[in-house]
Design a protein around this ligand. Structure first.
Ligand SMILES: NC(=O)c1ccc[n+]([C@@H]2O[C@H](COP(=O)([O-])OP(=O)(O)OC[C@H]3O[C@@H](n4cnc5c(N)ncnc54)[C@H](OP(=O)(O)O)[C@@H]3O)[C@@H](O)[C@H]2O)c1
Length: 248
């Protein structure tokens, strides 16, 4: 029987690429996001891999609980949980920050990860693996990163504490903290301003979502006694959160 990987934020970017990579690694998938049509297109692309789609906002605890409770029996045991859903919203000094953006980041990146983990954990057991997608922003401060950095620092600490709490259950827990990856991330951060989003990657070859997915696939397919706990992954042109080599 295939193992089940449950991936949040699979409608785009890193989550989507991870779904493709884990399907190739012979997992069956539970894929989640708010944009159902994207998830349906992904499921069609991955056929004949069994894919179950759940549509919910990770910030809505009732919706998370209901969706996970409604998993059909054949997807009922979760072997791998990829807590990937999240985004940055805005890039402003703290004194000019938009409170709605702060709520979106803390509620999505931190509380959403908690809600999904709490709902999924009773379905996980010995040999399970949770990968939380953090960010270099959770390891280093950068100008105007304030609340996004704080939300990802919380992901780093939650990962470390979850690893301790879940040790008796034999569930491994890891953080993958990427630097610059070209996805819809910057479009979301700059609220659809394509020029601002494109400037983030100007003169740089960023990571592709597939590069991060390769790493995740490697981590979750190690033998059961191996736990890669924390990995920072940068493009070659990046040395620190705000230290990037731009050419041209
Ligand atoms: N790209 C980077 O440079 C970078 C660097 C470091 C870390 N990261 C992290 O990597 C993760 C994935 O981001 P990405 O770069 O792949 O960006 P992306 O292309 O914008 O994908 C974000 C995914 O998260 C889902 N999502 C966001 N908010 C959600 C919510 N409230 N409820 C449910 N799903 C939600 C989106 O699905 P729907 O919109 O369909 O709901 C989408 O599938 C995030 O945690 C991000 O912080 C990204």
């Amino acid at each position: 029987m295939k193992k089940t990987a449950f991936i949040t934020g699979a409608s785009s970017g890193i989550g989507r690429a991870t779904a493709v990579a884990l399907a190739k690694a012979d997992f069956q998938l539970v894929v989640t996001g708010r944009r159902r049509e994207r998830l349906e297109a992904l499921a069609a692309e991955l056929a004949p891999t069994p894919v179950h789609i759940l549509t919910f906002d990770v910030r809505d605890r009732t919706a998370v609980d209901a969706a996970v409770a409604g998993l059909p029996a054949e997807f009922g045991h979760v072997d791998v949980l990829i807590n990937n859903a999240g985004n940055a919203h805005g890039l402003s000094p703290i004194q000019e920050g938009d409170v709605a953006d702060w709520d979106a980041m803390m509620d999505g990146n931190v509380k959403g990860l908690l809600y999904v983990s709490r709902a999924a954990l009773p379905r996980m057991g010995e040999g399970g693996f949770i990968v939380n997608i953090g960010s270099i922003a959770g390891h280093e401060a950068y100008a105007n990163g304030n609340v996004y950095c704080a939300s990802k620092a919380a992901v780093n600490m939650l990962t470390r504490t979850m690893r301790i709490d879940l040790l008796p259950k034999g569930i491994r827990v890891a953080e993958v903290a990427p630097g610059m990856v070209e996805t819809e991330f910057s479009e979301v951060r700059f609220k659809g301003d394509e020029e601002k989003a494109a400037n983030v990657y100007k003169g740089v070859q960023p990571l592709r979502a597939e590069d991060v997915a390769d790493l995740i696939q490697f981590m979750v397919t190690r033998p059961p006694h191996v736990q890669i706990a924390e990995v920072i992954i940068f493009p070659a042109a990046q040395a620190a959160a705000a230290t990037v080599r731009r050419q041209q």
